[in-house]
Every structure is written in structure tokens, then in C-alpha cells.
Design a protein around this ligand. Structure first.
Ligand code: ZN
Length: 141
């Protein structure tokens, strides 16, 4: 199984792209079109305008897909993968502090969890807990 991006060549991926998990580009193109997502509209109904790009860093896109289907080898389409709220792109590089490497915005708690980064809101809770634990330890002394 491989990861692909399906988009309109005329409008470019910036106008919208869907994430496809399939065994090869031919199958990816077929199910992207059959999925009847907005990609059809972006391509203005022209199948010849549909482009498929192989996303070589497969592991990076797995969290955005359906893990059970990927594990079972079932091809599928993700119409709206979780994306960075700053630049609206999906599959972006995310720094360890949860900021998008492209635009510098925080990618949000949900996307952080998907990529195994401790979300900012959780960090505040952990810090408060740690502070409490320190206070408690001091009390105990
Ligand atoms: Zn971004």
C-alpha cells in the first residue's frame, strides 16, 4: 500500500487535494475519481485533468488515513485530511513544539495527537500537575 495525493492539474493542488491509499497510482486514480469527492468538481468533471502524485514518505501520511484499513490493506480515500489551521495544508512537517514548519502556526491539539506530539493544552495541565507535585513534595519535607 502507498499514499497518493489526487488533485487537478489545471487548478493545482493548492485548490484542493485528497489523500488516497492504494496499491498503485492506477488504482489510486480510479478510486479517487469513483469516490465522487470535490476533486471531481475541481477537475470540472474532466477525468484527464486528474493527477496522482506518489507521496513517498508513507509513514508521514499514515496517521491521516484510516489506520485499520491501512493495516488490512484496504484502499481508501480521505477527502479532508486534518490540516494545519495556519496554511491549510495537510502532510506538513510539524516541529516538536507542535508548530508547522511551513507557516510557523500551531497545528492544533488534534493534529498534535495524531502525530504523537504533546498538545499545548496538555502541556499546561502537565506543568500544573508538576508544579503541584513539587509543592506537595515541599510540604512533605
Ligand atoms: Zn501551516
Amino acid at each position: 500500500m502507498k499514499a497518493y495525493m489526487a488533485y487537478s492539474e489545471y487548478n493545482s493542488p493548492i485548490e484542493g487535494a485528497i489523500l488516497v491509499f492504494a496499491d498503485d497510482a492506477k488504482e489510486a486514480k480510479k478510486i479517487a475519481w469513483a469516490s465522487n469527492t470535490f476533486v471531481r468538481d475541481i477537475c470540472d468533471g474532466e477525468y484527464t485533468d486528474l493527477r496522482i502524485k506518489w507521496l513517498k514518505q508513507f509513514h508521514w501520511f499514515v496517521p491521516l488515513g484510516d489506520r485499520e484499513k491501512i493495516a488490512a490493506g484496504i484502499s481508501h480515500v480521505i477527502e479532508s485530511p486534518l490540516s494545519c489551521p495556519g496554511c491549510n495544508y495537510w502532510g506538513v512537517d510539524i516541529a516538536t513544539d507542535g508548530e508547522c514548519m511551513d507557516c510557523g502556526e500551531y497545528v492544533g491539539d488534534e493534529l498534535c495527537r495524531v502525530y504523537g506530539i504533546v498538545p499545548r493544552s496538555d502541556r499546561a495541565v502537565i506543568a500544573a500537575y508538576d508544579a503541584g507535585a513539587v509543592a506537595y513534595a515541599e510540604l512533605g519535607r
